[in-house]
Write a protein that binds this ligand. Structure first.
Ligand code: S3P
Length: 173
């Protein structure tokens, strides 16, 4: 197994923000699978969904993890909210390092994402209902994929970074 730190969780759970802050504090480089895919494809995730469909995007996520498997440095990796839903991806995540699930309640997520236009899966009517239903389905899958669960509701970034740094210290450097 490799020794990366991987952040999983629903959209808006703080993976990218926390990952970047953690990267700066711990001096470990940061990777974001959505950003890697956007750079490779030359377009935004929402455009990939519109032009090529969700299945094509899901394959790009698997390809992205396989690419990271070939890297030799240690990274903090934020992955797209849907990436752990595929079993092959969960196996790759386990190989890649310690998986931390940033668990958030639906109301926390809705509060953060209600004005967001970049998430193709939340477009249309009743985004709050969509969030609730998706979290119900995805929650157990995230839990299965995770080595550690971190509840993020009502905690500031400093508190969360402290918790994660303590956890990371316990993992292989
Ligand atoms: C998705 C989450 C997004 C992005 C895409 C699909 C999902 O990433 O990969 O819009 O299925 O939950 P974030 O979790 O970083 O927003």
């Amino acid at each position: 197994m490799k020794n990366n730190i991987i952040l999983i969780g629903y959209m808006g759970s703080g993976k990218t923000t926390l990952g970047k802050k953690l990267s700066f504090r711990e001096r470990i480089a940061f990777l974001d699978t959505d950003k890697m895919i956007e750079q490779k494809q030359g377009k935004a995730v929402s455009e990939i969904f519109d032009e090529e469909g969700e299945n094509a995007f899901r394959q790009m996520e698997t390809d992205c993890l396989k690419e990271i498997m070939g890297y030799s440095d240690r990274y903090i990796i934020s992955v797209g909210g849907g990436l752990p839903l595929k079993e092959e991806n969960r196996m790759l995540l386990k190989e890649l390092g310690t998986v931390l699930y940033l668990r958030a309640r639906p109301d926390t997520i809705y509060g953060r994402l209600k004005n967001d236009t970049t998430r193709p899966l939340l477009r249309g009517d009743d985004p709050e209902g969509k969030i609730r239903t998706m979290i119900q389905i995805r929650g157990p899958v995230y839990e299965e994929a995770a080595d550690v669960i971190i509840d993020v509701d009502e905690k500031g970034y400093e508190t969360l970074i402290g918790e994660i740094i303590d956890l990371v210290k316990g993992t292989k450097q």
